[in-house]
Design a protein around this ligand. Structure first.
Ligand code: AMP
Length: 175
């Protein structure tokens, strides 16, 4: 990815936030700029032109922003994967390991029908743990994952290794 990628220019890097060693990618300036926001959604949409997608699954919380806009653009349904305790029953859940401790995410057990074509989207691919747990839940519901999209891929964390076998797109890469 070229350094003059207009989307990348709108992403702010915050070193050592929220804790030392994390280089946080803040997409607020991109979302706040009308040209960049629509260019981003149009780029995602172009990747999927002509594809049949029933539902887009967005991951709590910044993934929702991308998923909702893209679902509207592509005229698909929208499904939310949320952090534990936010969705009323009935839900399925998946726990995954973090550097310290673990995290649990949930989705409604009837949010995907067997065989539905699913695109999963999040803002950042880091270690891939969050996305791996998300695709595991979609698979439990027998959704057919046609692709996984990210705005940002942190290539140096090699998160793609956790997602072998899937078609992965990312618009902005940090090597
Ligand atoms: P991971 O499970 O390690 O791939 O982390 C992905 C999730 O954590 C995404 O939902 C991101 O929103 C968030 N995340 C991880 N690393 C960063 C980062 N450097 N900047 C912003 N968000 C991040």
């Amino acid at each position: 990815m070229k350094n003059n990628n207009p989307l990348k220019l709108k992403i702010m890097e915050i070193p050592d936030w929220p804790k030392p060693g994390i280089n946080f990618k803040d997409i607020s300036p991109l979302l706040g700029d009308k040209k960049s926001f629509s260019a981003m959604i149009n780029e995602f949409a172009k990747l999927h032109s002509g594809q049949k997608i029933d539902k887009i699954v967005g991951i709590d919380a910044r993934g929702f922003l991308l998923a909702a806009a893209l679902a509207y653009k592509l005229k698909t349904g929208l499904v939310l994967i949320r952090k534990k305790g936010k969705l009323p029953p009935k839900t399925i859940s998946e726990e995954y390991a973090l550097e310290y401790g673990s995290n649990t995410i949930e989705m409604h057990e009837d949010s995907i029908l067997p065989g539905e074509k699913i695109l999963v989207i999040d803002d950042v691919l880091a270690t891939g743990g969050t996305m791996k747990a998300s695709v595991n839940m979609v698979k439990k519901l027998k959704g057919k994952i046609i692709g996984i999209d990210f705005l940002i891929e942190l290539e140096y964390l090699k998160g793609k290794k956790a997602l072998k076998g899937y078609k992965i797109n990312s618009l902005v890469k940090y090597g």
